[in-house]
Write a protein that binds this ligand. Structure first.
Ligand SMILES: Nc1ncnc2c1ncn2[C@@H]1O[C@H](COP(=O)(O)OP(=O)(O)OP(=O)(O)O)[C@@H](O)[C@H]1O
Ligand SMILES: [Mg+2]
Length: 248
């Protein structure tokens, strides 16, 4: 049975989560979604849908439906990239979870300045709806076996940047300047000082290598004739990110 946390008359969106092995990831998604909605519900530019109910035995989450979803695109106005940086900074500075699900990513144990992360802050887990930037999918990243909620902020920064490397097969656009704007807005709003920004860029560089390896593997699953072009786009845009943002 779905437990109704917030019954109301809005449209609903139901989502299934695999709970066959353990319920931890499900619990994390519930708690992050609830906390994020609380932080963003009154914001002029940002939003995260209300969790209206859940069933932890069946792994069902019921959210308020996001109306008129517009996906993010590299052609959209730069202001949305700026806002995405501000939104991420807001998440990293305001999100807090209960002690029992405050789990630090293995490689960040002992690192100073870990934050509660979104965990899968990819552009396709964001959209524009009714003039607001909406963030959803607070689950753990599907291609990572580790379950964690706290990590270096670069986990989310890299997740937002890397998917633009390989755009649609016919499209060579890569929004480098807009991604720079995203990064600068994040740094400013999160209060990262000049000294720390270089350390953050170094960490981001290492995180982006992991994403490059992931995308290289993914491209190998695509039709044979698409692969050379996609691999080329990936490498060129990865290098542009390094030169334009990490070393810029
Ligand atoms: N609250 C919502 N209202 C309307 N549509 C939604 C809502 N949440 C998610 N969606 C749509 O459903 C898709 C899948 O949802 P979500 O990203 O939360 O799940 P997922 O299982 O992690 O999927 P994926 O692996 O595609 O990221 C989203 O890309 C989005 O288009
Ligand atoms: Mg998703």
């Amino acid at each position: 049975m779905i437990r109704e946390t917030n019954p109301s008359s809005f449209g609903i969106f139901s989502k299934g989560v695999d709970v066959s092995n353990d319920e931890l990831a499900f619990l994390i998604e519930c708690e992050k979604a609830k906390a994020a909605h609380k932080i963003l519900r009154q914001h002029k530019y940002f939003y995260s849908p209300l969790l209206k109910g859940y069933d932890e035995t069946k792994g069902i989450l019921v959210f308020e439906k996001i109306e008129a979803m517009e996906p993010l695109s590299c052609h959209m106005d730069a202001v949305w990239f700026h806002r995405a940086g501000e939104l991420l900074a807001l998440i990293h500075t305001r999100l807090h979870l209960p002690e029992e699900i405050s789990i630090v990513r293995y490689e960040d144990k002992g690192r100073k300045g870990n934050v509660y992360v979104h965990g899968d802050f990819m552009p396709n887990n964001l959209c524009i709806s009714k003039g607001r930037l909406v963030v959803f999918d607070w689950g753990v990243r599907p291609w990572i076996s580790q379950v964690y909620t706290m990590a270096s902020p670069v986990v989310d920064l890299a997740a937002f940047m890397a998917p633009w490397w390989v755009p649609l097969w016919w499209d060579f656009q890569f929004p480098l300047d807009k991604l720079n704007l995203f990064f600068q807005a994040y740094v400013k709003r999160a209060g990262v000082d000049d000294k720390t920004v270089n350390a953050l860029k170094n960490e981001l560089g290492r995180e982006l290598i992991m994403h490059k390896i992931y995308h290289q593997k993914e491209i190998k699953k695509r039709p044979f004739w698409k692969r050379p072009l996609h691999q080329m786009k990936l490498v060129v845009n990865y290098l542009r990110t390094r030169h334009g943002i990490i070393n810029g």
